[in-house]
Design a protein around this ligand. Structure first.
Ligand SMILES: [Zn+2]
Length: 112
């Protein structure tokens, strides 16, 4: 699995993420994720697995609420897959950090 770690500056808004293949916005600063066919999974530190493509869904859904970022990333085995692993945070009662991970597949037809 290949992961690209990114850290947003403290107090920066949650990241908007666009698919590097088709350009669709798959994650916005507000609202539900809108995954395209190239998104294998979306995992958030607050909510766990929020999206899994059909090819990865069975394995990830077996883990259910126990699904961790590394479990989701382990589904990326092909050379044409990678994950963006983004940390961002701000002030609540104190400093708080979140992690969001989006797995991409540049050739999803191969998984079918
Ligand atoms: Zn796409």
């Amino acid at each position: 699995m290949r992961q690209i770690p990114l850290s947003m500056p403290f107090n920066a808004p949650p990241p908007a993420v666009f698919c590097p293949v088709c350009g669709k916005r798959v994650l916005s600063t507000e609202g539900a994720p809108t995954p395209c066919e190239h998104v294998v999974y979306i995992w958030h530190s607050d909510a766990g697995l929020v999206h899994a493509a059909a090819a990865a869904a069975h394995r990830l859904q077996q883990l259910g609420e126990r699904c961790k970022a590394e479990d989701a990333a382990a589904t990326l085995k092909a050379e044409h897959q990678f994950a963006l692993d983004i940390s961002y945070g701000g002030m609540a009662c104190g400093p708080i950090w979140y992690q969001v991970q989006v797995g991409f597949d540049f050739h999803p037809e191969a998984a079918a």
